[in-house]
Design a protein around this ligand. Structure first.
Ligand code: ZN
Length: 626
């Protein structure tokens, strides 16, 4: 049975990367039906103009063709139809990201934002979807994976699906093909992981590891779980990384070599990153999919939605993603502190943090963070990394100044009660209000500095109160990610003030740092260094120059486009922008106790369950399932 709005999706021409989508509106607007395709997808704040991929569109009713008038880049008006209106679009799908659609003879993937036209006036009505194979031979034995509720067809079969409204039909991406599948239960909720692409990994181990992370996050928020089931859709590629959150699933892209092979029980840096990505997207099931800015309730998917709160939705989520790896036991404390140091390094090495506030970074995500150029590091600050550091500082402030009675965990759970469970959007000052209320502290000055200011927060003294050293050192090599104590012995290294990459014939500068020696000498991003002091340069010119002591000069020859230029660079002292954290050996006992409570915090729900003795498996399950 079809809803008021029904879409039939056919992977009609895998070789030409074309989906055919047949839309039926049973009761169209008698004055003529307007139809619009979204221009952006929630969670990814860039206008992407999905309508550019519609390569054919035509409308019909029971009597024949219905004229369509194009009103703008993504909107059409159909002439009044006699009876039901049918619209057929053919969509080009060759974007291998988590944001659009992709189709070939190996698999099909789509987000509703790429295929489902919005039927004006019907947004609040049920929307149904049929996914059918069509005639292409390659697609006949495919399985279908989505969390959109199914109304026909067996598990993983082609069939029919139903959403309560347009917003929901957009929020359950589909994956189809012949992927590898592994499933598990977390707190009684069925979870499935689907891996597309050539992959030879220990999927049972991955499922075991991810299950514990999911349970840790479920317990953090407390039952019942907001979703009836959950799906991790993973596209495995040679090179790539990314994720996008949805209300009951996530789409991920990861590198083949990051996944562990059978018999390998180490946590490699790549696998740690994959688990962190799973943790991040899963945490979003609460923080941004349900606790969301008032500005996004509802979404307007055809123009930019400006909010100053992305730091809270991405930054706080980024703070908890690695913390949940630690709390679930997936990584040891030393790994966690290293990850935190690397994350802090990304903030502290960016001169842009003194120009742009977190509120502005959030607001301008559309034109700045999502459209970064070679000068981004000098001009903007990331609401992910600085947002995560602010979340850390807020958590530590609340823990310290309430004597351990409260934490950011309590703030998040109150946001969940007040905004997540109710669907009431978070006003622009909502995070600050709840943090103040829950902690009983006056945090006005803290937020003014952290969110609206551009000065560094006092991490050194804050972490010292938790028995952790906030160490800072200079870069020891080109692209040094920080996170580890100084290793360099010998004379002080010189600093060029630029990042470089090896290219044929020399080193290409990726970026120059504001006010640094390279920029002062006139070198620019894009310049290719071909000689230093008359000697041919290699691909490691940045590191080679670093071997000279600060204050020495070097004559640099570089091509800018096809023009050879000469520069005299005076090497500087590397700024202390690489951060590392480690436990302080001589920390006071109360600082050590604070650190233990911070890093090993059990969730309130788990504590409550232990207290009243209801820890049997059945009792746990009953609390989690809706
Ligand atoms: Zn995120």
């Amino acid at each position: 049975m079809s809803a008021a709005v029904h879409y039939t999706v056919t992977p009609s021409d895998p070789h030409a990367h074309q989906f055919t989508v047949d839309l039926v509106v049973t009761d169209p607007d008698p004055a003529g039906q307007r139809l619009t395709l979204p221009a952006w997808i929630p969670g990814s704040y860039l206008i992407r103009e999905f309508a550019k991929n519609i390569i054919r569109i035509a409308a019909f009713d029971d009597h024949g063709d219905v004229p369509l008038t194009k009103l703008g880049k993504d909107t059409w008006a159909a002439a009044p139809a006699r009876g039901a209106l049918r619209v057929r679009i053919v969509v080009y799908a060759w974007d291998l990201s988590v944001r659009m659609a992709h189709l070939d003879q190996n698999h099909g993937y789509f987000n509703g934002t790429s295929l489902f036209l919005r039927v004006h006036g019907k947004e609040g009505e049920p929307h149904s979807v049929t996914v059918q194979p069509g005639a292409a031979p390659a697609v006949q034995d495919w399985t279908v994976h989505t969390t959109l509720p199914r109304t026909s067809g067996g598990d993983h079969a082609y069939g029919d699906f139903l959403a309560a409204d347009y917003d929901e039909v957009l929020d359950h991406p589909f994956e189809m093909g012949t992927p590898q599948v592994v499933s598990f239960e977390a707190c009684g909720v069925p979870h499935e992981m689907v891996f597309t692409g050539r992959v030879d990994a220990d999927l049972d181990r991955i499922a075991r590891d991810v299950k514990v992370i999911c349970e840790t996050i479920l317990e953090f928020w407390g039952g019942p779980a907001p979703m009836e089931r959950y799906l991790f859709q993973t596209m495995v590629v040679g090179k790539g990384y990314g994720g996008l959150e949805h209300r009951a699933s996530t789409s991920l892209i990861c590198q083949r070599e990051d996944l562990p092979r059978v018999g390998d029980d180490r946590i490699s840096p790549g696998y740690r990153q994959f688990l962190g990505l799973c943790s991040h997207e899963y945490f979003h099931t609460w923080n941004v999919k349900r606790i969301k800015p008032a500005r996004f309730t509802p979404y307007d998917l055809n123009t930019e939605g400006h909010t100053t709160l992305l730091w809270a939705f991405e930054g706080i989520t980024s703070y908890y993603d690695d913390l949940m790896l630690l709390r679930s036991g997936a990584i040891p404390e030393s790994d966690y502190l290293e990850l935190l140091g690397k994350s802090a390094t990304r903030v502290f090495r960016s001169p842009g943090r003194h120009l742009q506030s977190l509120a502005d970074s959030s607001f301008d995500a559309w034109t700045k963070f999502y459209r970064q150029d070679e000068n981004a590091i000098n001009a903007i600050v990331s609401y992910y990394t600085k947002g995560a550091l602010v979340a850390l500082a807020l958590d530590l402030r609340i823990r310290r100044d309430t004597g351990g009675r409260h934490s950011l965990d309590d703030v998040m759970r109150t946001l969940w009660e007040r905004h997540g469970k109710t669907g009431v959007g978070v006003p622009e000052d909502g995070i600050e209000t709840v943090a103040g209320e829950v902690s009983g502290l006056d945090l006005t000055e803290f937020f003014d500095q952290a969110i609206r200011g551009t000065d560094d927060l006092p991490f050194s003294s804050l972490l010292e109160d938790f028995g952790v050293r906030f160490g800072r050192r200079g870069s020891e090599k080109n692209g040094d990610p920080g996170g580890t104590p100084p290793k360099h012995k010998g004379p002080t290294r010189g600093w060029l003030g630029a990042d470089g990459a090896a290219v044929p014939g020399g080193t290409k500068l990726i970026r120059t740092f504001a006010g640094g020696p390279a920029q002062q000498a006139g070198l620019s991003a894009g310049d290719v260094i071909i000689a230093v002091d008359g000697i041919r340069a290699t691909g490691s010119a940045v590191d080679d120059l670093g071997k000279r002591v600060p204050g020495t000069q070097a004559e640099v020859h570089a091509f800018r486009r096809d023009e050879l230029m000469r520069f005299t660079v005076t090497l500087g002292d590397a700024p202390l922008d690489r951060v590392w954290l480690e436990p302080l050996e001589d920390a006071a006992p109360e600082a050590v106790a604070r650190r233990e409570a911070w890093l090993r915090s059990a969730s309130g729900t788990a504590r409550a369950a232990e207290a009243d003795g209801s820890t049997t498996e059945d009792a746990k399950r009953g609390a989690w399932l809706r």
